[in-house]
Ligand binder design. Structure first.
Ligand code: ADP
Ligand code: MG
Length: 699
C-alpha cells in the first residue's frame, strides 16, 4: 500500500492544539473521552435538527412531541408544592407564545449555560398542559449559535450529547476548524483509491457529513450512512491491528513435535470409545499445530461434556512422545482433582506417572516439585499452584489451560513463561457466539466441538415457580427412588439479611430433616476446605450421598454420571450461559436426565422469557446468542477480561455486520502486503488498541 500524502493536521494531536481550545475546555471534553482531533471526528451527534420541523409555540398542543426554537424570557428556581420538590423553571418565547420548561433535577453547569436572558435555545420534548400553560418537563435543550437562529442560513444543525461547560455551537466550530485543517486530503486510514476500490464514501466526506459541515447537502439517510462509514473505519483499524499482531506471532519459532508416536497410539487404542467426528476434527487441528514450528495458540471450545479433555490428553501424549512435559491448569481444586483422576486412570494403564499439584500439600509438595524438575513426571495437573516460582519444569512443551477465561492474562503468561514458546491449548465451555468469537479472538485459532458423544441424552428442562415446589420435590423423589443422584443448587452459601434468596446451608438442613429424611443429603460450597470438598464429591460420585446441596462451585466440569437431576433455585438470578453450565452437570451417563429451574414468583416477565429459552434448546451456542442479545457483550464476557476493545461509536452487537465487512476488507488489504509493508502501514495508522494487548494473546 502506498504511503498516503501527509495531512495538514495530525488527527492524534491533542485538542489543545486547535485554536480556541484552552485547558478548561480540553478538560471538559476529555471527560467525554475526547482527547484528540480524531476523537472529535468520532463524536457523532445524537441527532440532527432539521429546522424545517421546528414549530411555532402557538401551534403546539398538549400530548405531542415537538421541537421549537425560542429565546429565554425569564427563569427562576421554585418549590413545586404538588410534587413536593425543588425545581427550576425557564420560560421561553418565540414571539408566537410562551412555553414553560421545568426541571426537577439538573446540573449547575447545564442551567448556567441555558439561563442567559435572550439565549437562543433549541428545545424538544413532550408537550404538556399545566393549568392552562404549555410546558415541557425535562426537555432536551441545546443553546444555538447566532448563525443557527431562525432566519439564519443553516437548515440542519447537529446536536451533540451534553458536554458540561461546553456549548453546542463551540463543538460545531472546532469540528469545522479541524476539518478545514484537514483540507482535501482523505485523512482516513486508507488511501483514497482504496476507499474507492471498496466503494466507500471517503473518510473526510463522512466526517463532514456527520457533523454537517457541508450545509444544505445533508439528508438523514446520508447522515446515517456516514455514521456507518465511521464505525467501519474504526472496526477496520481494529481488524488491521489484529492481523498485524497475528503476523508477528506467526513469525515466532517454537517446538516442532513429531506426531503419531507410541504413547499417542496406545492411548487412542485404549480409550474404550470412538472419538466423535467433531473431536477427531479438533484433535487433528491441534496435532497439526503441534507439528508446526509456529507455537500453537489454539482455543478449544466445546459444550460441557463434549469431550474436550480427551483431546487435551491426547495432545499431551504427543508432547510426551517427544520427550517433553505437559501441564494442565484448572481454575478450581475440584476440577483439577477430577482431571487428575481421569488422566491418572488412563495413564496408569499405560505406565505414565501423573502428578497433582495444588495449594497446601505440605511435605508431599517437595516430591512433586522434584519430579517436575527432573522430568520424571511427564504430566502435571494442577490449580494455579502450577504457576508458582518454585515450580520448575525439566522440559515443558505443552500448556493446557482449562476454562481459560477464569484466569487473568498475567497468570496465563506466567505459566507459558515456564518454557520457551511452548504450545498452548486453551479450553472453554463458555460458548462465545460464533459471530463474536471472530472479533474477540480475532487472531486466535479456534476449534469447536459441536457434537456430543453418542448415547448422551438431552436433558429435559422445566421452569417452575416457587409455589410449585412440591412438583419439583416429587420429581426428585422419582430419581432418588431409582437410586440416582440429585444436585440442588442455590445462589448463596449462607442466609443473608439483605438478600431474600434461599441459601445452601439452611436449605441443606431443611431438606435433610423435613423433606428427605430417608435420604442422605450432602452440602458442598466454596467456603469448605479443599479436603472436605473432595470428600463430599467422592461420596456423591460413589453413591453415598443422594442429594447434593451446593452453590455454583459445581459449575464447571464436575463429572458424576450417576447424577440425573439438577434443581436450580432462584434460577432467575443466573445468566443463561451459567444455567447451561450447571445443567451440563447432568445427562453425563446413559440414563435420561432432567433439569428443573425454580424461579421466584416475583420474577419479571423478561426473566421468564429468558428461562424459557432453556426449555427450548440445549445448544450452548444458541443460548449464548440469546444471552448476548439480552445482556450485552460487556456483561457477558467481562469487558476487561476478554480483552474486548472499547470502541468509540460502534456497538459490537448491533453493528456486527459492519465488523464482518471490516474483517473481509482487512483480509483483502493484508493479503497483498509484505511483512515490511504491513509494518509500515501499522506505523502510519498507529495502534489505537494498545490497552487490548492480550487480544492476540488470549491463552
Ligand atoms: P468436557 O471436558 O468437554 O466437559 P469431558 O472430556 O470431561 O468433557 O468428557 C465428558 C465425559 O465423556 C468423560 O467421562 C469422557 O470420558 C466421556 N467421553 C469423551 N469423549 C467421548 C466419546 N467420544 N464417546 C464416549 N464418551 C466420551
Ligand atoms: Mg509447535
Amino acid at each position: 500500500m502506498r504511503e498516503k500524502e501527509k495531512t495538514t493536521v495530525d488527527r492524534r494531536a491533542p485538542l489543545a492544539s486547535l485554536k480556541g481550545v484552552g485547558p478548561v475546555i480540553a478538560k471538559a471534553l476529555a471527560k467525554k473521552g475526547i482527547w484528540c482531533v480524531d476523537d472529535l471526528f468520532y463524536f457523532v451527534p445524537i441527532r440532527w435538527l432539521d429546522r424545517g420541523t421546528v414549530r411555532h409555540i402557538s401551534e403546539l398542543e398538549a400530548g405531542e412531541d415537538a421541537c421549537v426554537v425560542a429565546s429565554v424570557d425569564s427563569y427562576r428556581s421554585m418549590f413545586f408544592r404538588h410534587a413536593r420538590k425543588k425545581g427550576f423553571e425557564v420560560i421561553v418565547t418565540d414571539g408566537t407564545g410562551f412555553l414553560s420548561l421545568k426541571w426537577f433535577q439538573w446540573s449547575k453547569g447545564y442551567l448556567q449555560r441555558i439561563c442567559r436572558k435572550g439565549a437562543m435555545l433549541y428545545v424538544s420534548g413532550k408537550v404538556g398542559n399545566f393549568g392552562g400553560i404549555l410546558q415541557i418537563v425535562h426537555p432536551e435543550v441545546a443553546v444555538l449559535n447566532e448563525d443557527e437562529t431562525p432566519g439564519a442560513a443553516r437548515r440542519i444543525i447537529p446536536l451533540y450529547s451534553q458536554v458540561d461547560g461546553v456549548k453546542q455551537g463551540f463543538i460545531r466550530n472546532i469540528v469545522s476548524a479541524a476539518l478545514d485543517l484537514l483540507g482535501a486530503s482523505p485523512g482516513g486510514i486508507l488511501p483514497r483509491e482504496r476507499e474507492e476500490g471498496f466503494g466507500l464514501m471517503s473518510f473526510a466526506d463522512a466526517v463532514r457529513c456527520v457533523h454537517v459541515a457541508n450545509g444544505e447537502d445533508f439528508d438523514e439517510k446520508r447522515g446515517n450512512d456516514a455514521v456507518r462509514r465511521l464505525i467501519l473505519e474504526e472496526y477496520l483499524h481494529f481488524q488491521m491491528t489484529l492481523m498485524s499482531r497475528k503476523r508477528k506471532v506467526r513469525r515466532e519459532r517454537g517446538i516442532v513435535f513429531a506426531t503419531d508416536g507410541p504413547l499417542y497410539r496406545r492411548f487412542m487404542g485404549n480409550l474404550g470409545f470412538e472419538l466423535t467426528g467433531a473431536q477427531s476434527r479438533a484433535l487433528a487441528e491441534i496435532i497439526a499445530d503441534m507439528g508446526r514450528a509456529t507455537p500453537m495458540n489454539r482455543l478449544l471450545q466445546g459444550d460441557v461434556g463434549s469431550g474436550k479433555t480427551v483431546c487435551a490428553v491426547a495432545s499431551a501424549c504427543v508432547a510426551i512422545d517427544n520427550g517433553f512435559q505437559a501441564v494442565f491448569m484448572a481454575p478450581t481444586e475440584i476440577l483439577a482433582e477430577q482431571h487428575y483422576l481421569n488422566v491418572h486412570r488412563w495413564f496408569a494403564a499405560l505406565g505414565v506417572p501423573v502428578a497433582l499439584l495444588k495449594g497446601g500439600m505440605g511435605r508431599e509438595r517437595r516430591d512433586v516439585l522434584e519430579g517436575i524438575r527432573t522430568g520424571a513426571t511427564p504430566i502435571v495437573i494442577g490449580t494455579h499452584a502450577v504457576i508458582q516460582a518454585d515450580v520448575k519444569f525439566h522440559k515443558l512443551g505443552l500448556v493446557v489451560i482449562d476454562e481459560q477465561h477464569r484466569f487473568g492474562v498475567e497468570q496465563r503468561k506466567r505459566l507459558k513463561d515456564k518454557s520457551r514458546r511452548p504450545d498452548v491449548l486453551s479450553m472453554t465451555a463458555t460458548p462465545i457466539p460464533r459471530t463474536l468469537s471472530m472479533v474477540v479472538y480475532g487472531d486466535l485459532d479456534v476449534s469447536v466441538i459441536d457434537e456430543m458423544p453418542a448415547g448422551r441424552r438431552k436433558v429435559v428442562t422445566k421452569v417452575l415457580s416457587d409455589d410449585d415446589r412440591e412438583r419439583a420435590e416429587g420429581m426428585m423423589r422419582e430419581e432418588l427412588a431409582a437410586g440416582r443422584g440429585v444436585f440442588v443448587v442455590y445462589p448463596l452459601v449462607e442466609e443473608s439479611e439483605n438478600n431474600p434468596v434461599r441459601d445452601a446451608k439452611s436449605m441443606a438442613a431443611e431438606l435433610r430433616h423435613s423433606v428427605f429424611p430417608e435420604y442422605r443429603v450432602g452440602l458442598l460450597h466454596g467456603r469448605m476446605s479443599a479436603k472436605d470438598k473432595e470428600d463430599v464429591m467422592t461420596r456423591f460420585r460413589e453413591g453415598e450421598i443422594d442429594v447434593l446441596v451446593c452453590t455454583t462451585v459445581i459449575e464447571v466440569g464436575i463429572d458424576v454420571p450417576r447424577a440425573t437431576m439438577i434443581v436450580i433455585e432462584n434460577a432467575e438470578r443466573f445468566g443463561l450461559s451459567q444455567l447451561h453450565q450447571l445443567r451440563g452437570r447432568v445427562g453425563r451417563g446413559t440414563e435420561p436426565s432432567r433439569c428443573v429451574l425454580v424461579a421466584s414468583t416475583k420474577r419479571t416477565h423478561l426473566a421468564t422469557k429468558r428461562l424459557r429459552i432453556m426449555e427450548k434448546t440445549s445448544d450452548g451456542f444458541e443460548i449464548a446468542e440469546e444471552d448476548l442479545k439480552i445482556r450485552g457483550v460487556g456483561d457477558m464476557l467481562g469487558v476487561r477480561q476478554s480483552g474486548m476493545p472499547a470502541f468509540r461509536i460502534g456497538d459490537i452487537v448491533r453493528d456486527i455486520d459492519i465488523m464482518i465487512e471490516a474483517r473481509k476488507m482487512a483480509e483483502e488489504l493484508t493479503a497483498g502486503l509484505s511483512d515490511q509493508e504491513m509494518a509500515g502501514f501499522m506505523r502510519h495508522i498507529g495502534d489505537r488498541f494498545e490497552d487490548e494487548r492480550d487480544l492476540c494473546d488470549i491463552a
